[in-house]
Design a protein around this ligand. Structure first.
Ligand code: MLT
Length: 239
């Protein structure tokens, strides 16, 4: 199995997904929030590239809107993008439309792949195990932060590359090296990151504590044939 890793969504082309399983990562905070909403019973999540698209979907379907600009809730939306907002009593059985600066752009682009699974530290080992079970070559797509590589996404990608093993590309090898350096202190890795420091300044320090939890769940958010995110669960015993 060949494992490639792309450091920011701006570098992802459709050819990178062809015949592969794509694992999309945006630790702070899009994929962490998606995993949390699915743990709390959301019915589905529609990732979009622009807030205009989100408002159109509310008008047409009455869906709830979630998302951020510069880390803060988009005006007129129902939720921002803090994982702590996606509580069971607010999201159970609902459909959300999600619009974020980097994460949802990466997810929409990755839909060129055979299968798309979303990862964060919360579900990293289950994602790796499910990708291994699928047996296809893998491309790990880190969302990055406004065109920059992001430490937190690369370290999470390195954790998954380490778990998958196989033939790692130079980027995947470098990401694994970073993971081995930070694996015993993920919270401080998030606090040291460029976007982590922004979020702390905005008052979201608790989001970093929450996002730094490793393997809290077996939830597997995947993209269905309509480009909508739905939840699957990784069944350990199954072959
Ligand atoms: C992103 O997509 O860039 C992030 O999820 C933004 C954030 O939630 O701070």
């Amino acid at each position: 199995m060949k494992i490639d890793l792309i450091l920011r969504h701006e570098d992802f082309l459709a050819k990178h997904g062809r015949g592969r399983t794509a694992i999309v990562i945006d630790v702070l905070r899009a994929t962490t929030s998606i995993v949390t909403a699915i743990m709390n019973g959301v019915s589905s999540i529609v990732p979009v590239m622009t807030s205009e698209e989100a408002f159109r979907m509310r008008e047409k379907h009455g869906y709830l809107l979630a998302g951020e600009e510069n880390g803060l809730m988009i005006q007129g939306f129902d939720f921002g993008n803090s994982p702590l907002e996606f509580e069971r009593n607010r999201v159970k059985g609902k459909t959300l439309v999600l619009c974020t600066s980097n994460g949802t752009k990466a997810i929409v682009k990755a839909s060129a792949a055979e299968e798309v699974v979303l990862a964060s530290f919360l579900n990293a080992s289950s994602v790796a195990a499910s990708a291994a079970r699928l047996g296809r070559d893998v491309v790990i797509l880190c969302a990055g932060t406004i065109g920059q590589e992001s430490l937190e996404d690369t370290v999470c990608g390195g954790m998954i590359a380490d778990a998958l093993g196989g033939e790692l590309s130079p980027n995947a090898l470098e990401a694994r090296r970073l993971f081995l350096k930070h694996k015993d202190d993920v919270l401080n890795c998030l606090r040291d990151s460029f976007h982590g420091q922004d979020l702390i300044k905005l008052g979201f320090a608790k989001d970093l504590e929450y996002a730094s939890q490793v393997d809290k769940t077996d939830v597997l958010p995947v993209l269905d044939e309509n480009g909508t995110i739905v939840g699957k669960k990784f069944e350990r015993g199954e072959t």
